[in-house]
Design a binder for this molecule. Structure first.
Ligand code: FAD
Ligand code: SIN
Length: 516
């Protein structure tokens, strides 16, 4: 079973959709695969918005400075400058595509404020920015004849020239990607998709942690696929914990956007005292790592499982209008944000590292591109500035599309179909319970030992546990028929090991990696 296209894009978040659209407009045939329904992605849940210099009182230099400060000396200045300076053009395209960014009565953009930014510069669609962007991009994709979008198709592994040569006991003269294997989730069949270029736009890996703002899709598949193919991955120690997720007893962690603090919400400890001024001159709008650590410290001191977010000084009508999704989520949990403090805790939120790329989405492996949260371009360094990720995705998708079209002009189109997948035989075994047990154990190990505040000893402990999990899952993997939970768990274990390895290698505290 197989198909041949110019480009296969893996993932239907902002990065995959934007890039697919632009490559298709350039004349290439594109297959876009996504492992769940088309809108399911981290993008779909983005609340705060997209950081971009759009106001006359703002300046590129200021956004660049804020990004560099958050990144703690590890950003790539050329990448930061280019992404920020090309942002307005890309944001304008989104608006033209139908994303109705919120406006003031005067008709100018209603710009939000978030931690670490010295200006109001966050374009948003109330608190449902990601959903509005997904809708607009999916509509454009549906109308484009060069794109085939396939839901419930899960990429398993890359196929490279060197891998094929090894099978034929030959040496590949030059390595490049030639396609991938993917699982049709509803039939359990694995198919081969042959392509001249493969784009990883698979998002992040928040599911490695017990508590996360990320939806179930965030299992680090792209990073794991790239790493298995020998493609360099970097910066994995920099896991961003969002300071304010709604605390619930079920373990669900719904995001309470930083934009809420941008509109004046105050963090209070369980004694009711505002505490952020004691930790940072920017107070409640300090960079995210500082706020998350401050909350962690307050919780440890008081023994409470959460702190409070106080928005009660704002009128109900304002909160409902500006933050309708957050209002509804609070209401579901019996909280009225105009009257009650909101219980909040930090939760794993964003993978700052990833597959190493340049600003044109090119990886070290010819034909392989990565864009969005899966990639590490050098924009975020040690810590991502709030709302810089949607911006990075649209700018890099635009540049990546141009690079892919150029690549397609210079390589011979792949013609021959690549070899078929050989599956393990066993299925439906009693052993299946191993999957859910290992999944749970992994997420606990990462939460307990590789969290906001780290120690060498805890990281070593995590390393030992992960090695055992990896061994077990590998044995399982090669004997059983592949299924989504198995593929995702295998990927998460690998990605978690990369996080731990990187954290162990970095001896000093830097950005989000805080070691005591
Ligand atoms: P995603 O949007 O996560 O899309 C990944 C896609 O890949 C999905 O369609 C997924 O199903 C698919 N996929 C994954 N693995 C496979 C596979 N093996 N096979 C096939 N398909 C696969 N950033 C901001 O800049 N501003 C914000 O306001 C903001 N708010 C956020 C709020 C929340 C709750 C969260 C979780 C994140 C937020 N972020 C925000 C971060 C931002 O949303 C993400 O970094 C960004 O949307 C990532 O886009 P992406 O296209 O790279 O990946
Ligand atoms: C938020 O709205 O607080 C999330 C913004 C982001 O992750 O960039």
């Amino acid at each position: 079973m197989g198909s041949i296209v110019d480009v296969v894009v893996v993932g239907s978040g902002i990065a995959g959709l934007s890039l697919a659209l632009k490559v298709a407009k350039g004349g290439a045939s594109v297959m876009l695969i996504t492992k769940k329904t088309q809108a399911e992605s981290n993008t779909n849940y983005a609340q705060g918005g997209i950081a971009c210099v759009m106001a006359p009182v703002d300046a590129f230099a200021s956004h660049i400075e804020d990004t560099l400060r958050a990144g703690d000396g590890l950003c790539d200045l050329a990448v930061v400058s280019a992404i920020i300076e090309e942002g307005p053009g890309r944001v304008q395209e989104l608006a033209e595509m139908g994303v109705s960014f919120s406006q003031e009565k005067s008709g100018s953009w209603d710009l939000g404020q978030e931690g670490g930014h010295t200006h109001r510069r966050i374009l948003h669609v109330k608190d449902m920015t990601g959903r509005a962007i997904e809708e607009a991009l999916l509509n454009a994709i549906a109308a484009h004849p060069n794109i085939t979008l396939r839901e419930h198709v899960l990429a398993i592994d890359l196929i490279t020239a060197s891998k094929l040569a090894r099978r034929q006991k030959q040496a590949a003269a030059k390595d490049n990607v030639v396609g991938l294997y993917a699982l049709r989730v509803h039939t359990g069949k694995v198919e081969t998709i042959t392509a001249s270029a493969v784009v990883l736009a698979t998002g992040g890996s928040g599911q490695a942690y017990l508590y996360t703002t990320n939806p179930d899709i965030a299992t680090g598949d792209g990073v794991a696929m790239a790493a298995r193919a020998g493609v360099p991955v970097r910066g994995m120690e920099f896991v961003q914990f969002h300071p304010t997720a709604l605390y619930t007893l079920t373990g669900e962690r719904f995001l309470i956007s930083e934009a809420v603090r941008g509109e004046g919400a105050i963090l209070r400890n369980t004694a009711g005292a505002a505490f952020m001024e004691a930790y940072h001159p920017q107070g409640d709008l300090a960079p995210r790592d500082t706020v998350a650590r401050a909350i962690d410290s307050e919780m440890k001191e008081s023994g409470s499982p959460h702190v409070w977010l106080d928005l009660t000084h704002k009128p109900e009508a304002f909160i409902r209008e500006r933050f309708p999704t957050i209002w509804q989520a609070c209401e579901r949990h019996g909280i009225n944000p105009a009257k009650d403090y909101i219980p909040v805790v930090p939760a794993a939120h964003y993978q700052c590292g990833g597959v190493e790329t340049n600003i044109d989405a090119e990886t070290a492996l010819p034909g392989l591109y990565a864009c969005g949260e899966v990639a590490s371009t050098g924009l975020h360094g040690g810590n991502r500035l709030a709302s810089n990720s949607l911006l990075e995705a649209v700018v890099v998708a635009h540049r990546g599309a141009a690079s892919i079209l150029n690549y397609l002009n210079h390589v011979k189109p792949v013609k021959a179909s690549t070899p078929l997948w050989v599956d393990g035989e066993a299925q439906d075994s009693d052993e299946r319970v191993v999957l859910s047990h290992n999944w749970e154990e992994l997420r606990r190990v990462m939460w307990n030992y590789v969290g906001i505040v780290r120690t060498q000893k805890r990281l070593e402990r995590a390393k030992t546990r992960l090695a055992m999990l990896q061994q077990e899952i590998n044995d399982y993997y090669w004997n059983f028929k592949v299924e989504p939970e198995l593929i995702e768990l295998r990927n998460l274990i690998l990605v978690s090991s990369l996080i731990v390895e990187a954290a162990l290698a970095r001896k000093e505290s830097c950005g989000l990696h805080y070691i005591v």
